[in-house]
Design a protein. Structure first.
Length: 613
């Protein structure tokens, strides 16, 4: 027997459902892990007066006739036909006050399911600002369920919703229209309701004026390029001071261990296995957070949907549709949610082509590798006096990966997945200030995910690599300094033997055994390349008080650094991505195909770059 009520949070796209969910649950949320479920909804807990209610945030839908996998999940759960997710006890329907007709059509269908309901109306401040009014009491009498007006971005009215969820009187909604009614009849009913409870204000001339610029074929494209330029410049500029502080802290810890730990083995383990391995990756946390925060801000303010519209024609050149833009853009944070979000694409052929292109998008796991190598081999100079050369190179790597992924999609759409393109329809959300609480929750969630990776995969790898570098014990009695002793130990270790054994395969790319070992290690997780470099060069860093990138600046010629960067643009080096790809496609054939194609591309690009420079 369930100990607490389960409430499904439902709404049409772009009604502010995710913002409200974050406001209600705060940090008390996690991804639902249900057997046999590919679409993983968020589960959150609302606590009020020491009582709690569980919320399940279902994907947005327009009705109970699904056209994609995520819509299918929502419909199955609401109708109680899902095999592993129980039918909820009640529904929290989120409605947009600016465009309520489609929300009421959805209400008319859910009302027939026999579930108690509460309606929450968002963006009422926008209606009032335009000189209009929304009669939530009148809507309560028409629908027969409690109606609460909120401003999610400011947290206004959220407390009342929490109270209603825990202590409110859950009522069955009025079945306002026959279940066999056509969609036209449902819209007619919705219009009649709106005419009674909504006073239309003036048109949103400000949004229209902004759209005339941001959606213009020329000015909109220029604005898009400017936004992307600021995006990449910020990743370097804003993160640098915090990265410097974290890097100084890591080196301070290493120095403290070197001064206070007398046992050579324990000192080496702490300095190299733990601090040098994990610490060298954590230093890049600020950049990853800035990347995710910027994406969240662009989405919250309503610009991302416009960006998808702008690039729709360009996507069509590669055989894809505008719907593919959202999964591909999401893959810049992580390919896993990017692949999963491809479920919004109704066409199987377009969905498969999009999935195969996502690993080429530059995810945040590549960002530490790019930053380290760019900082080591690219001068910290400017172009035209104000554009950072390092940021320009970073942006070029992102563009190269994205274009390559789109070319792969084009080839697949003209061969294995040949077929027409479904027209792209998208609803623009209103321009609005982002919810800083939602941004904060995103930051904290991403930090936890990153630190969890650093505390599990990278920690285990760092310890394993440390063991390989410490065995067998070499004769270092003739070494003049501790630095030379540790260098001799690494040169004669199992790790060096492993790197030298495989190195001939990568020799045409300019990789020595150290780089080869680092590249091989990153097939567990891309960030482990940093951990490997941190361990191999940990002695130099601690003794000379120099950041790892400064050490690599002396070790890596320009052509070698660019060769490694080219390899990482293409290589599919994430076991989790391949596992998700297998789950989404239903076969290991596609992950294996993707792995082979990307490895061939990575090797070829790295070889060409090494020879050219």
């Amino acid at each position: 027997m369930k100990s607490q009520r389960t409430v499904a949070v439902v709404g049409t796209p772009n009604v502010g459902k995710s913002t409200l969910f974050n406001e209600l649950t705060g940090l008390q949320q996690h991804v639902g892990n249900f057997p046999g479920v590919t679409v993983e909804p968020l589960i959150g807990t609302v606590t009020f007066d020491r009582e709690s209610v569980e919320l399940i945030d279902l994907p947005g839908i327009y009705g109970l006739e699904p056209s994609s996998e995520d819509e299918q999940l929502s419909c199955d759960v609401l109708q109680g036909t899902h095999r592993s997710i129980a039918k909820p006890d009640a529904v929290l329907l989120v409605m947009n006050a600016r465009n309520p007709e489609k929300c009421l059509v959805l209400y008319s269908q859910i009302a027939a399911l026999g579930l108690p309901m509460i309606v929450v109306v968002t963006m009422v401040d926008s209606v009032k600002a335009a000189g209009g009014a929304f009669d939530d009491i009148g809507l309560f009498h028409l629908l027969g369920v409690d109606v609460h007006a909120v401003v999610g971005t400011k947290g206004l009215g959220v407390g009342d919703v929490k109270h209603a969820l825990v202590h409110g009187s859950w009522k069955l909604p009025n079945i306002v229209i026959d279940t066999d009614a056509t969609i036209e009849q449902r819209f007619e009913w919705a219009h009649s309701v709106i005419s009674k409870v909504v006073v239309r204000g003036s048109e949103d001339t400000r949004s229209a004026m902004i759209d005339r610029v941001l959606l213009h074929p020329v000015w909109g494209t220029i604005a898009f390029l400017v936004v992307m330029a600021v995006f990449f410049q910020s990743i370097f500029t804003w993160a640098e001071p915090i990265m410097g502080l974290i890097d100084s802290g890591v080196r301070l810890l290493q120095s403290a261990v070197a001064s206070n730990v007398s046992s050579p083995i324990l000192r080496s383990f702490l300095m190299k296995g733990l601090i040098g391995g994990v610490g060298s990756v954590i230093v890049f946390l600020p950049q990853i957070l800035i990347l995710n925060v910027l994406v969240t801000l662009l989405e919250e303010c309503g610009y991302l949907a416009r960006a998808a519209f702008l690039v729709d024609r360009a996507m069509g050149l590669f055989g894809l549709q505008g719907r593919s833009f959202i999964p591909l853009l999401g893959s810049f944070a992580c390919a896993i949610p990017g692949i999963m979000s491809a479920r919004i694409i109704p066409s199987y052929r377009d969905r498969m082509a999009t999935i195969m292109a996502t690993p080429l998008m530059t995810c945040s796991a590549r960002l530490p590798v790019y930053t380290l190598l760019i900082g080591a081999v690219i001068p910290a100079s400017t172009l035209f006096g104000f554009i950072s050369l390092q940021a320009a190179v970073m942006a070029s790597l992102y563009v190269l990966g994205a274009l390559s992924g789109l070319v792969i999609a084009l080839v697949l759409k003209r061969t294995m997945f040949r077929g027409g393109v479904i027209p792209f329809l998208i609803e623009f959300p209103p321009y609005r200030l982002p919810s800083w609480k939602s941004v904060g929750i995103t930051m904290i969630g991403r930090t936890k995910d990153f630190l969890k990776t650093a505390g599990t995969v990278i920690l285990v790898f760092s310890i394993g690599l440390w063991i390989l570098t410490e065995l067998p014990r070499a004769d270092v009695s003739h070494a003049s300094t501790r630095v030379n002793a540790e260098r001799i130990q690494i040169e004669q270790s199992f790790a060096a033997d492993l790197g030298r054994t495989i190195q001939p395969l990568f020799a045409p790319l300019g990789f020595d055994w150290r780089i080869t070992l680092g590249v091989l290690s990153s097939y567990a997780a891309r960030e482990t390349f940093i951990s490997a470099m941190g361990q191999i060069y940990a002695t130099d860093v601690s003794e000379s008080d120099m950041p790892l990138r400064n050490v690599l600046q002396k070790e890596f010629p320009l052509n070698v650094g660019l060769s490694v960067l080219a390899f990482y643009v293409y290589a599919l080096q994430c076991v989790s991505t391949m596992a998700i790809m297998k789950r989404e496609t239903g076969s290991w054939k596609w992950p294996a195909f993707s792995f082979v194609i990307t490895f061939v591309l990575a090797y070829s690009a790295s070889y060409i770059v090494f020879r050219l420079f």
